[in-house]
Design a binder for this molecule. Structure first.
Ligand SMILES: [Zn+2]
Length: 345
């Protein structure tokens, strides 16, 4: 786990471009993630993870030999504090304790809910992303998918919002830098909403590049194309606001073009995908027209185009997606892409 050893290995991979060992992909879960109780009328409800697990189970004949399943460790306070303020971490813990005491959910804003189980769930969600990164960086798996819930990309250093308590992908990115000596991290965020929290956390940081494609005229209202970073981080934020109803083929063309532009500016040693499935057609909180097979193609593109510097190290982390059946189909397609399998069959 030394920084020197890891960068030397990165160098070898860059030169050889060869396949690494380990399982084709890993699926990282934690039972606490399903216990975060927002209520059944909430779009980010407890049925989301069972829908994903059921879809994966139905595809088991194909996935069985390709997917290493692993339970996450809870994110430690040290890991959370690499991204979040002590006040924020304490606020989440205190809100869950209050929910337990009062026997009722605590609302941190109009739609961000904390239930008694949410303190453990929030640490588990960040922990899923961290464990997924550990498996990939440690060579146990070539790629990984973290079934994190609650989602993370709207959470800022000091603020829960948009269903998100801790910023799971940001915590994992900082963990990879601190514990594995990864120098440069690319985060590709294709959730239909702008990942304002992730952007905010890394806005002045040239070591983490955030590429976000999202609906322009939509929650949370940030993510304009001219938001490109601040100070030393100018140029390592790239926003691509898109119109409602953009045809999938056009989206895919723009995605490829913007990924190329990002990679012309930045050579990542590790790649995260903030994988929101509310970009699929029919999502009640969305407005784009992608299909699961599009996400398969986009995942393969990210793996292949970042391979020269990242050696295939791609970690997908669950964000949004609010039609359970579509969410399940989407995750299966991304998992198949991570494992090197075709989208179906
Ligand atoms: Zn979203």
């Amino acid at each position: 786990m030394s920084a020197d050893g890891e960068s030397a290995e990165n160098g070898d991979l860059t030169r050889s471009g060869g396949e690494r060992g380990g399982a084709p992909t890993a699926l990282v879960l934690h039972p606490a993630c399903a216990l975060h109780d927002t209520g059944w009328k909430h779009p980010e409800h407890q049925g989301r993870l069972p829908a994903i697990v059921n879809a994966i189970y139905r595809d088991m004949p194909a996935l069985h030999d390709a997917v290493l399943q692993r339970e996450a460790e809870l994110a430690s306070t040290t890991a959370l504090l690499r991204v979040h303020t002590p006040e924020h971490v304490e606020r989440i813990e205190a809100a869950a304790a209050r929910a337990e005491r009062e026997g009722a959910a605590v609302f941190l804003d109009g739609d961000t809910v904390v239930s008694p189980a949410s303190w453990e769930a929030a640490r588990a969600a960040a922990g899923c992303a961290m464990t997924a990164a550990d498996l990939v960086l440690g060579g146990e798996a070539r790629t990984a998918f973290a079934l994190s819930r609650p989602p993370g990309h709207h959470a800022t250093a000091d603020h829960a919002m948009g269903f998100c308590l801790f910023n799971n992908v940001a915590v994992a990115a900082r963990h990879a830098q601190a514990e594995w000596g990864v120098e440069r991290v690319l985060i590709v965020d294709w959730d239909v909403h702008h990942g304002n929290g992730t952007q905010d956390i890394f806005y002045g940081d040239p070591s983490v590049y955030v590429l976000s494609l999202h609906l322009g005229d939509h929650y949370p209202g940030t993510g304009a194309a001219d938001e490109r970073g601040a100070g030393a981080g100018i140029g390592t934020t790239r926003n691509v606001p898109l119109p409602h109803g953009l045809p999938a083929a056009e989206y895919r063309r723009i995605f490829a073009q913007q990924l190329e532009a990002a990679l012309a500016e930045f050579e990542p040693g590790l790649v995260f995908i903030s994988a929101g499935f509310d970009c699929l057609a029919g999502d009640p909180l969305g407005g784009l027209l992608l299909e699961p097979a599009d996400l398969h193609a986009m995942t393969r593109l990210v793996i292949e185009r970042t391979r020269p510097s990242a050696g295939g190290r791609v970690v997908a982390v669950l964000e949004g997606g609010y039609v359970p059946a579509r969410l399940g189909a989407g995750v299966v397609c991304v998992l198949r892409a991570l494992a090197g399998l075709p989208p179906e069959g």
